[in-house]
Design a protein around this ligand. Structure first.
Ligand code: NAD
Length: 487
């Protein structure tokens, strides 16, 4: 079942090493499955360790020139890349939808955000100034810092936002003077192909960006390669642990952007129209719950608890689930059959754990029965210690829990191994800042503030990862600072 009006042609996917487009890889072939109807819609060549080695050596060779390319020239090329992303926005949105079933309505926003990230880091390329740390007059020695690129960066990303994940990593790495070898998820190969084309059209020299669709084995080979000097990863904590172990042998640094179970605290004085619509649409609507920083645990003050549960149920009923290529669709399928069964299993266990099923809870049958569609699902009275409150679902399931006092809300919010985002809904400004300070998360978003602002460092603590993307801190992840002093 696909929309009649949108072109459903999938581009041929290649391994991109330097200027080469390679149609087969030693890692075999991945059958890409359309999550809308469960059919195989493309054969994806996969890189093996031989191609990983070749790509890393190519990136290493390209680094010698790229680090010496004038920063203003790097800015010009990255700005051109942003312009090209903008000119191809519609096609990038279409490919994003074909990659993983995210509705066109949502991929459009992710493309717009990716353009912003690229433009922002293009601008940093020629504004990276050193810091003077000592002077002859004060210290007897003049000293300063010098931020220098690492060399080849290994970029490993997941499937839920293939373009935004590329845009959050590659422009910053390149602006700082590094070259990259990118391993997208084999589940979402189409976006990377067009991205590589646009990099080439922007005039970025061959070898600076290499893209290798691959399975986990290719990711592991990339991390282990001695010429890869830093790894930046977006994915789950289990893979992140393996990456850390492997990096430990070579003392290799890494940025790890992992999952979350972000609390959304709704106080009785909140604007309930805003709080309920934001809290519902962003947890189980637009991305079918497949986002790392989504507000998936709603904590609601007891005096408004039943009213909020009722409002969330009503809003959930308005979420249009369907073919992601249809303009009116708000929520699409989950990414694959494995995810479908994992999520349905968590829904079943939440019921045995005593949570109250408010709405949803089933695979969608009828015209969508062949695809991986799950009803947007809401549970109330969720025990803060239960699996549903503690584990990331990465599917359209919202957990609602009551609280009485501000301190209780903070305690429940912080009783999590994750620490990516925190959300607060209140009209009391003092309370907003007070609670924001207390949340053990990498960011706090108040009253519907938007996620992924490029000027803000994004990245979690605990099981949510290490390091930052966005803002000055995001580009500093791609620089090592040398201290220089002269007597
Ligand atoms: P995953 O960890 O299984 O896979 C992520 C990537 O790592 C894929 O490209 C995969 O091929 C590769 N990989 C797998 N094993 C590897 C290994 N041993 N060595 C190197 N690479 C390996 O993650 P997933 O299940 O595909 O993605 C979902 C997770 O990603 C969720 O936890 C989600 O919260 C997280 N996520 C985080 C962010 C963020 O910015 N914080 C954004 C999106 C998704």
């Amino acid at each position: 079942m696909t929309s009649q009006s949108v072109d459903t042609t999938r581009p041929a996917v290649h391994l991109r090493i330097g200027a080469e487009r390679i149609a087969t890889g030693s890692g075999g072939v991945h059958e890409h499955v359309n999550p809308v109807d469960g059919t195989v819609d493309a054969q994806i060549p996969l890189a093996g360790s031989a191609e990983v080695d070749r790509a890393v050596r190519t990136a290493h060779d390209a680094f010698a020139e790229w680090r010496r390319t004038r920063p203003a020239e790097r800015r010009r090329m990255l700005t051109k890349l942003a312009d090209l992303l903008e000119a191809n926005a519609e096609e990038l949105g279409r490919l994003g939808t074909l990659d993983n079933g995210t509705p066109l309505s949502a991929t459009a926003g992710l493309v717009a955000s990716s353009i912003e990230w690229t433009r922002y880091y293009a601008g940093w390329a020629d504004k990276l100034a050193s810091e003077v740390t000592g002077s002859f007059a004060a210290d007897g020695e003049f000293s300063y810092t010098l931020g220098q690129p690492y060399g080849v960066i290994g970029v490993i990303i997941t499937w839920n936002g293939p373009l935004i994940s590329l845009a959050m990593k590659i422009p910053a790495a390149l602006a700082a003077g590094n070259t990259v070898v990118v391993k997208p998820s084999e589940l979402t190969p189409f976006t990377g192909e067009l991205f590589a084309d646009l990099v080439e059209q922007a005039g970025i020299p061959a070898g600076v960006v290499n893209v290798l669709p691959g399975a986990p084995e290719a990711g592991a080979a990339l991390v282990e390669h001695p010429l890869v000097k830093k790894v930046t990863f977006t994915g789950g904590p289990d893979t992140a642990r393996k990456i850390l172990h492997s990096c430990a042998d070579l003392m290799k640094p890494s940025v790890l952007e992992l999952g979350g179970k972000s609390a959304n605290i709704v106080f009785a004085d909140a604007d309930l129209d805003q709080a309920c619509s934001h809290g519902t649409m962003w947890s189980i609507g637009v991305l079918s719950g497949q986002g790392c920083a989504l507000p998936t645990r709603m904590l609601v003050q007891d005096s408004i608890y039943e009213e909020v549960v009722g409002r969330v149920k009503a809003i959930t009923g308005l979420i249009a689930v369907g073919d992601p290529l249809d303009a009116g669709t708000v929520s699409g399928p989950v990414v694959n059959e494995v995810a479908l069964h994992r999520i349905l299993g968590m829904i079943e266990r939440a019921q045995s754990d005593g949570a109250r099923l408010v709405t949803g809870g089933h695979r969608i049958e009828g015209a969508l029965a062949d695809g991986f569609f799950i009803e947007p699902t809401v549970f109330a009275d969720v025990d803060p210690q239960s699996e549903l409150a503690q584990k990331e679902v990465f599917g359209p399931v919202l957990a609602i829990t009551p609280f009485a006092t501000e301190q209780e809300a903070i305690d429940i919010a912080n009783a999590s191994e994750y620490g990516l985002s925190g959300y607060i809904q209140t009209n009391d400004l003092r309370r907003a800042h007070r609670v924001a300070e207390e949340l053990t998360t990498g960011e706090v978003l108040i009253n519907g503030a938007t996620n992924l602002g490029v000027n803000r460092p994004f990245g979690g603590i605990g099981l949510s990862g290490l390091g930052k993307e966005g803002g000055r801190q995001g580009i500093e992840e791609f620089l090592r600072f040398k201290s220089i002093a002269i007597a």
